[in-house]
Design a protein around this ligand. Structure first.
Ligand code: UD1
Ligand code: CA
Length: 436
């Protein structure tokens, strides 16, 4: 359902408390930038989403345009008009109802935004009661009426003790913003134009201001790396629950890391300690303990324990066992049980990859592909020096180095230094006393 509502997301700030060269809103939670999540929630509700940018504006815009089409961006004049009130200056919303959201609130959902729309007051603002209100603006409420918001840096000791805080979401009528934004001053501890000052101005003019009590699980502001980690835990719980509800079996789910872009299809099993990242697609497969899967697709297969699928790997009806690393390879109906590196390879049905097989895909300058046909038996400790192409029904003896080239069907490949026997060597070498 789409509402006649404009949503403005403030994402222009530096985020200096993050102590990072990366703009705050581009820090990632479950694999996506935190700003992605608030835009996603907003887009579920309306077509008019305006994102205010300034600090690292090109990077923020480019990152969001990778996820969404048709966003409106407004560049804040942060030098002359810093602060959340300054951020609202160039904004022209399409609709009369305007919801303003901080860009550092990745946990917000469509459901919690919709609660703001049900209230007829001139301004509806979010309030969280917190035992430890540090870092947030305090909401001064008397006899149930919101009087003003005081930023922590401007607060008196008595005001700092107030434990109802401003969560940073407000629903305004457009004319209220048009009236008060131009009149904001920067006469405060940070020399900034505070959007929060609109509340006191509107209050004095007799407008109605409704506090909406909300929970930190959805309205948490991320200001530090510790906040980032906490928000990621909450988001990860949601992602795991979504997939368990969809039929995925998870063992010790608290130890499983699944990113936002991952999809599961059919019945999958995910054992403890598994990490699934990027845009991976897992279909009717079993991911065993402590495996890592990045931007790969796994269908009707089992992976691990302790396997690593790096980006652009595709497994179909395949078994990949412990300490096997696969990169940019397509394995169909393959068994690679132990200790191998399969990079830039195409391997076909019925082929068995022995322990210790390595595709030598890199000559120090360029990468080359390895192509292996059907029913090939690759003996243990084989090196395949790419580019190499092996036809169907080939047998490769253990320990063979297959040099670059094309090999025809039906042959045995073997390169091996014959074993020598040296009689009496042990006693000669160790003498009488081998230390145990
Ligand atoms: C703000 C509120 C505070 C509230 C808290 C909730 C103000 C003055 N204070 O404080 O009352 O408790 O959020 O999380 O609004 N931004 C801009 N342009 C700027 C400055 C900030 O777009 O010039 C954006 C930031 O990118 C960020 C959001 O506004 O996404 C909030 O800015 P931040 O500096 O984190 O505000 P807080 O100090 O947390
Ligand atoms: Ca904040």
């Amino acid at each position: 359902m789409s509402h006649s509502l404009s949503i403005v997301i403030l994402a222009a700030g530096k985020g200096s408390r993050m102590k990072s060269p990366t703009a705050k809103v581009l820090h990632r939670i479950c694999g996506r930038e935190m700003l992605y999540y608030s835009i996603k929630a907003a887009r579920e509700i309306t077509d008019d989403v305006i994102v205010v940018i300034a600090h690292q504006k090109e990077a923020v815009k480019a990152a969001m345009e990778r996820h969404f089409d048709g966003l409106s961006f407004v560049v804040q004049d942060a030098e002359n008009f810093p602060g959340t009130g300054g951020a609202m200056k160039g904004v022209s919303p399409k609709y009369d109802d305007v919801l303003v959201l901080n860009g550092d609130m990745p946990l917000i959902t469509r459901g919690s935004i919709e609660r703001f729309l049900a209230n007829p007051a001139d301004i509806v603002m979010s309030v969280i009661p917190l035992d430890n209100p540090g870092g947030y603006g305090r909401v001064v409420i008397e006899e149930g009426q919101v009087l003003r918001i005081v930023e922590e840096k401007d607060a008196t000791e008595a005001q700092k003790a107030i434990n109802t805080v401003n969560a940073g979401v407000y629903a305004f009528k457009h004319h209220v913003l048009q009236n008060y934004i131009p009149r904001l001053s920067n006469d405060n501890a940070q020399g900034e134009y505070y959007l929060t000052d609109v509340i006191e101005m509107a209050r004095r003019d007799g407008l109605s201001i409704a506090p909406l009590y909300v929970a930190e699980e959805e309205f948490k502001g991320v200001n530090s790396k510790a906040d980032l980690a906490h928000a990621e835990e909450i988001m990860m719980d949601r992602i795991r629950k979504t997939w368990m509800d969809a039929g995925v079996i998870m063992q010790l789910p608290q130890t499983v890391y699944i990113e936002e872009g991952v999809r599961f299809v059919g019945e999958c099993v995910v054992e403890n300690g598994v990490r699934v990242c990027g845009e991976s697609l897992i279909e009717n497969s079993h991911l065993k303990a402590h495996s890592v899967i990045e931007d790969s697709s796994v269908r009707d297969s089992d992976v691990g324990p302790l396997a690593h699928l790096r980006p652009q790997s595709v497994l179909e009806n395949t078994h990949v066992g412990n300490f096997v690393e696969v990169k940019k390879s397509h394995l169909r109906g393959v068994k690679a049980g132990h200790l191998s590196y399969l990079g830039d390879a195409d391997i076909d049905e019925g082929t068995n990859i022995g322990a210790g097989t390595i595709t030598c895909n890199y000559d120090g300058m360029k990468k080359y592909r390895t192509i292996i046909g059907k029913n090939v038996f690759v003996g243990s400790d084989t090196q395949l020096v790419a580019p190499v192409e092996i036809s169907d029904n080939v047998m490769i003896a253990a320990g063979t180095t297959v040099t670059a080239g094309k090999y025809e069907s039906g042959i045995l490949l073997l390169s091996r230094t014959p074993v020598r026997k040296v009689a009496g060597f042990f006693a000669k070498f160790f003498g009488k006393g081998k230390e145990c």
